[in-house]
Design a protein around this ligand. Structure first.
Ligand SMILES: NC(=O)c1ccc[n+]([C@@H]2O[C@H](COP(=O)([O-])OP(=O)(O)OC[C@H]3O[C@@H](n4cnc5c(N)ncnc54)[C@H](OP(=O)(O)O)[C@@H]3O)[C@@H](O)[C@H]2O)c1
Length: 328
C-alpha cells in the first residue's frame, strides 16, 4: 500500500527508517515537512529523502506542500505526524478530515485531532469505509488501544489507572532515587532531551489528561473534553512529601484515572505503594485496567521515542493492510 507521511521530524523519520529496514509491503510515495514536500507515485527513495532532510532541513521541494499531496491522490494511507495542537487539533485536523473525505485511511501519532474530534473523524471514516488508526497517540509503543479494543474485547473496564507521561515519571523517579529537587530533576530531564524547552504541558499534567480524553472517548465509550478532566501537575511536589511517602513504603507518581461508570476522569500526583505495578522507573509508561472478566491487567513499555512510536504506527499500518487484503 502507498503511504504519504505528513511531518518529517523525530517520528516521521523514525517511521521512514523502520520501513526502509523491513519489507512489509508499504511504499512511501509522499513526504511533507513544514516548508516542503516531495511526491513520487512510484515510491520515493527513502535514503535520499532522509539525507536531504539532514543536509538541508527540507525533505523536498519548497514549491509543493500538503495540498499537492492531497490533490495528487497518490497514497492509500495518510500518516499524520506533525506537532500536536491540543486546543484546536489544527492544521492536522483539517488534513486528516480531507484525507478521510477522499476515502483514504489515516494513521496518526498526533493527539490533537483525536482528542478534539475523534467522534466526528470516526463517523467520517465509517461513512467512507476507511480506517482511522491512532495507537501511537497514547503511551508510545504500548499497545493500549488494541489491547483494550481487541485483546480485552468482551470485558467491561471498571477502571483505568496509568502513568502516561514519561517526563513526569522521570522527574519523580530521580527525585526519589537521587534526592534531586524538582527544579534539579526538571533540568536533568531537559538536558537529556526528555523534557521540552517549555515543559508546561508535561509537568502540569495536561499531556496525560489529553491521553485520558483519547482513551475515554475512543475505547471506553465516553464523550468528554479536556475541560472535563480534573488536572493537577507535579510542579509543587517537594522532597519532603516524597520522604513522607517513602516512610510508609510508598512513593508519589502522576496517575491518570478513568472510572467509566462514574464518568470520572482525573490526573493528579498520588501516593502509591512501592510494590504497585504502576511504579515503573524513568521514562516508562504503565497502564493498569480492572476488567470484569480478566481481572487486573497491566501494560508497561516505552511511551515515547522515534522507534517506539514508529512501532505503534506500524501496528496500525499492518492492521489496515491485513484488513485490506481480506477485502474489508
Ligand atoms: N516524539 C515522540 O516520542 C512522540 C511520541 C508519541 C506521539 N508523538 C506525537 O507525534 C507527532 C510528531 O512528533 P515528533 O516528535 O516527530 O515532532 P517533531 O520532531 O517536532 O517533528 C514535527 C514535524 O512536523 C513538521 N511540521 C510542523 N508543522 C507542520 C505543518 N503545518 N505541516 C506539515 N508538517 C509540519 C515539522 O517540520 P520541520 O521539519 O520543517 O520543522 C517536523 O518535520 C506530534 O504530534 C507528537 O506529539 C511524538
Amino acid at each position: 500500500m502507498r503511504i504519504a507521511i505528513i511531518g518529517f521530524g523525530a517520528v516521521g523519520q523514525g517511521l521512514a527508517r523502520a520501513l526502509a529496514d523491513t519489507d512489509m509491503g508499504f511504499v512511501i510515495t509522499a513526504v511533507a515537512d513544514s516548508r516542503s514536500a516531495c511526491i513520487s507515485a512510484d515510491g520515493l527513495v527513502l535514503s535520499e529523502v532522509l539525507a536531504r532532510k539532514e543536509e538541508t532541513g527540507l525533505c523536498g521541494d519548497r514549491e509543493i506542500g500538503i495540498a499537492d499531496i492531497l490533490s495528487s491522490g497518490a497514497f492509500d494511507i495518510l500518516v499524520e505526524v506533525s506537532p500536536t495542537n491540543a486546543d484546536t487539533g489544527e492544521p492536522a485536523l483539517s488534513t486528516i478530515r480531507s484525507a478521510l473525505g477522499m476515502g483514504k485511511h489515516v494513521v496518526t501519532s498526533n493527539k490533537g485531532p483525536i482528542a478534539c474530534a475523534y467522534h466526528e473523524l470516526k463517523a467520517l471514516a465509517d461513512e467512507k469505509g476507511v480506517m482511522l488508526g491512532y495507537e501511537a497517540t497514547v503511551a508510545g509503543a504500548v499497545p493500549i488501544v488494541s489491547g483494550l479494543r481487541q485483546g480485552l474485547a468482551g470485558n467491561a473496564i471498571r477502571s483505568l489507572h496509568g502513568i502516561l507521561n514519561g517526563t513526569c515519571n522521570y522527574i519523580l523517579t530521580r527525585m526519589r532515587d537521587e534526592g534531586l529537587t524538582y527544579p534539579q530533576a526538571l533540568q536533568e530531564a531537559r538536558d537529556l532531551g526528555y523534557a521540552e524547552a517549555d515543559p508546561t504541558y508535561d509537568v502540569k499534567g495536561i499531556d496525560a489528561a489529553i491521553k485520558l480524553v483519547i482513551l475515554a472517548n475512543t475505547v471506553l465509550g465516553m464523550d468528554i473534553g479536556l475541560s472535563d478532566v480534573g488536572i493537577t501537575g507535579i510542579d509543587s511536589i517537594t522532597l519532603e512529601a516524597l520522604s513522607l511517602a517513602e516512610a510508609e513504603g510508598a512513593t508519589i507518581r502522576l496517575i491518570g484515572e478513568i472510572l467509566p461508570e462514574k464518568n470520572q476522569v482525573r490526573v493528579s500526583p498520588r501516593v502509591i505503594s512501592l510494590d504497585h505495578p504502576l511504579v515503573v522507573d524513568g521514562t516508562l509508561n504503565a497502564i493498569s485496567v480492572c476488567c470484569d472478566l480478566a481481572g487486573p491487567v497491566t501494560f508497561i513499555g516505552k511511551g515515547a521515542g522515534p522507534y517506539p512510536t514508529a512501532s505503534a504506527i506500524l501496528a496500525d499500518l499492518n492492521f489496515i493492510r491485513d484488513a485490506y487484503d481480506r477485502g474489508a
